[in-house]
Design a protein around this ligand. Sequence first.
Ligand code: ZN
Length: 457
Amino acid sequence: MLLITRANLLTMEEERPLLYDHALFIDSSGLIADIGPSADLEARYPNVERLDVHGRWVMPGKICAHTHFYGAFARGLAVPPPPPKDFPEILRRLWWPLDQALDEEAVELSALIMLIDAIRNGTTTLIDHHASPNALEGSLDVIADAVDRAGVRAVLAYEVTDRYGPEKAQAAIQENIRFLTRLKRERPYEGRITGLFGLHASMTLSDATLRASWEAVRSSVGDDVGFHIHVAEHEEDEYDSLYKSGKRVVERLLNFGILGPRTIVAHAVHVDAREIYYLADTETWVSHQPRSNMNNGVGVAPVESLDAAKVRVVLGTDGFPHAMWEEMRTAYLLHKVAHRDPRRMDGNLIARIAFQNNAALADLLFGQSVGQLAVGAVGDVIVVDYNPPTPVTEGNWPWHIIFGMQDGMVSTTIVDGRVLMRERELLTLDEEAIMARARAKAPHVWRRYAEILAAGG
Ligand SMILES: [Zn+2]
């Protein structure tokens, strides 16, 4: 149980987005059980552990709709020259040799590195997409155990692909099914970890593997499990799909039963109007990752068109640091310069995507209210050291986040009422020890990467 007092609450609720000098009570089940003026709640819960935040900002923990924990060892890794000229070359010369270089220890360390980053940035719910073809079986358990140690909330998936042959594709299908079945049967980790069925991308998936994936899900887990797949991140995905099927990517996936209200497609940079219609019609979620899109030079996703067509757009990081406000700020800026129009990507739209839509996705996947400060919602809360230079109002708070708040201002991170970071001190993970282990491991991962790349990927 925890009573947070003297807080300015940014609730993310439509009715009452701002509550000054309020308190928030999280009960023993980890849910928010009461919200009210500080004096009232202090009187009502006199014997509960208190966290007096002295007028700082308290918000729901941030949610990341698409990330890759496994990319942690890419930081500082040198891709041999010449520099990759486009996204397909980045995949073939960076990501695919790197995912093959991971052993089980590297999988665990990658996850821990990214989880430290998440807690420091106040990101308490993460939707991960994993690949480690040479440490495949059981890899989702390794990641789940790391998530459990960290204490955050996560949605895990293993990416099925044909790039390493039919046996690895079958093993990847089995890894998803094994993990999803375990989640359903045992409901481990107190419900803080759930899963999706991971698929890499249309361009590395044959018809047979797509069919086998769908059939495995339906026959073993049921129809309440969605997929998590990259879509049209680069034109190559569309060209490949047209070549294989005569259809564009979204239509090809639709025909294999991959789309739907529990499926997330990442990027959708190169989708056309007809594909947007199918995404809306199937209520599929589309995650936007502007920093990744800029870094890979793949283009600008038609986010406003998707939103206008009633597609549910959410925001992710794609393995960049889990600094969700930085991701929001990037989206806010990118769409303005791309269209050479400062009216594009209105602050209210990016706030709706990052907060309301991400929360609605998390609600659906966890079957609980996540991403708002309301009675009955999970007790995932961050404290922010933001001293606003101008008044924060119901009408202007998104712009305070975009222009004023930095992710590093998060001082305390709480999940299910459990404090994971207090005044910037991590309580669940030993950052010094994990980073020291990671630095010792990195040369081995990088050497293996270089060998695999030299051998032709
Ligand atoms: Zn991705």
